[in-house]
Design a protein around this ligand. Structure first.
Ligand SMILES: [Zn+2]
Length: 178
């Protein structure tokens, strides 16, 4: 194929670049999509990745992608200069604005950094049938990315309850690595 001169020296686009491009691209349809579209993307991708690479790798990819999203989200929509309670309040507000879910903080130990967070009406799994396993691996990464970005210390969030394990909220335990 002949080289397209307009593509020569094209820079490598990153997540943040693609996020800017979407800001004014949909004058008529607007910025919102039904949850069904989000799940169509998420669960088709999950199925494809699982078939190609196996379940463990699929989970790792979702977590790592969620982590990238969390770091981006924290830098773009949150304010890391806020003290903890204000930061968490802003996070709750943003997650509701973006209709990602309703966040509650059950526990946040400031000295150890250990936290228990719940998300109700979660975009990824609310209404799913009982599957016997947690499915919100993307959210695990997303919360890890946000908390790591805010604290500057490495965080791991693990989902312990989920709609898919028969609960009505997703509950995440977040631990800080010293
Ligand atoms: Zn869940």
């Amino acid at each position: 194929m002949e080289e397209n001169v307009f593509l020569r020296d094209r820079k490598e686009y990153r997540l943040a670049d693609y996020m800017q491009i979407q800001e004014k691209g949909r004058e008529n349809l607007g910025a919102e999509l039904p949850v069904a579209v989000y799940r169509l993307l998420e669960y088709s991708l999950r199925e494809e990745l699982t078939e190609r690479f196996g379940k463990e790798e699929q989970i790792r990819i979702f977590r790592d992608a969620g982590y990238r999203a969390g770091v981006y989200f924290a830098q773009k929509y949150l304010d890391s200069s806020l003290e903890l309670s204000e930061f968490m309040a802003l996070l709750q507000k943003r997650l509701e604005e973006f209709k990602i879910g309703v966040l509650r903080i059950e526990k946040f130990e400031e000295d150890t950094g250990e936290a228990i967070l719940t998300m109700s009406e979660d975009a990824d799994c609310s209404g799913l049938p009982l599957l016997g396993e947690t499915v919100c691996n993307y959210d695990e990464g997303f919360l890890s990315g946000i908390l790591t970005s805010y604290t500057g210390k490495s965080y791991t969030a693990t989902e312990v309850n989920c709609w898919a394990t028969g609960d009505r909220v997703c509950r995440f335990r977040a631990d800080r690595k010293e």
